[in-house]
Design a protein around this ligand. Structure first.
Ligand SMILES: [Zn+2]
Length: 285
């Protein structure tokens, strides 16, 4: 054995040890997922008033009236989702971890900063028809569905006036009415992001939705309202495979109670994690 071989052997052993350590620190699942709890601060999102006796796990007496806010439900559900993703060795982060205002651009910028692989926005639906209920899963794409356009107007409201992502607003650019002088996001940007991400986003949405359907639909009798395309600015600005979850309708009293229920929340986020697992397993084939 010459001198260079003698020198090389411990060197290669050292490299192998380093690689093993890196693999142990960064397990196979080490994808970075950014979870976005919708709304926050003075943007409370949708809300409802419930007598406390309708609330699951409530210890309050019947004469109490409780106001449920979308911003609180989205935060609770998102934190559970983060916890369960971490248990599976994903790197999971939140766009907000407490009750405060975060603009849609700041949420999306965070995705860039942490180099998120996937972006999951969590929202709660509402409708003037009190009977409307069920779960929907959205991905970014163009469409002509007037019901979805109404929802977009609600969820797209919080772009800041100083948006840098907004520039070329063509007349046909947005399906939003833009009634409160919020800037209109560029159609060019949206189309580019759709082109880049839609294939993966549809697969992700379908996998997550099908897992929610398997457990939450049957066990909690929540209605499956399908996977749908939507033009949500936060998904466009995030510029990566993404979904927006509408967990259920706060405007429906029975469902508002369900949304606030520990077991429902546990089952819902477990299904989302399982959907992400399956999406990744298929994506890596
Ligand atoms: Zn919302």
């Amino acid at each position: 054995m010459n001198r260079s071989v003698k020198f090389a052997t411990p060197f290669y052993a050292f490299i192998v040890i380093i690689i093993i350590n890196i693999l142990l620190v960064f397990p196979a699942n080490a994808l970075t997922i950014l979870i976005d709890p919708g709304h926050g601060g003075d943007d409370v999102g949708a809300k409802t008033i419930l007598p406390s006796r309708r609330l699951a796990n409530s210890k309050l007496k019947n004469d109490h009236i409780i106001t449920l806010f979308e911003k609180d439900l989205t935060l609770t559900i998102s934190k559970k989702l983060q916890e369960k993703l971490k248990e599976k060795d994903y790197s999971a982060f939140l766009t907000r971890s407490f009750d405060h205002n975060v603009s849609l651009e700041e949420r999306a910028n965070m995705a860039e900063k942490i180099k998120a692989d996937l972006f999951i926005s969590v929202h709660i639906n509402s409708d003037f028809k009190k009977g409307a209920h069920g779960f929907e899963t959205y991905y970014l794409n163009n469409h002509n569905d007037s019901a979805v356009k109404k929802l977009e107007n609600v969820e797209n409201q919080k772009l800041t006036a100083t948006s840098h992502a907004v520039s070329v607003a063509s007349a046909s650019a947005s399906t939003s009415t833009n009634s409160n002088n919020d800037p209109i996001i560029s159609k060019i940007l949206i189309d580019l992001v759709i082109e880049k991400t839609v294939e993966k986003s549809i697969k992700l949405a379908k996998q997550i939705h099908s897992e929610i359907d398997k457990t939450v639909h049957k066990k909690h009798r929540a209605q499956n309202r399908k996977v749908r395309p939507g033009l949500f600015y936060v998904l466009a600005l995030a510029k990566r495979p993404s979904v927006l979850l509408e967990v259920g309708f706060i405007s429906n009293q029975e469902e508002a109670n369900r949304l606030n229920d520990y077991n429902f929340q546990e089952d819902y986020v477990t299904a989302v994690v399982s959907g992400i697992d399956k999406f990744i397993a298929n994506d890596q084939k």
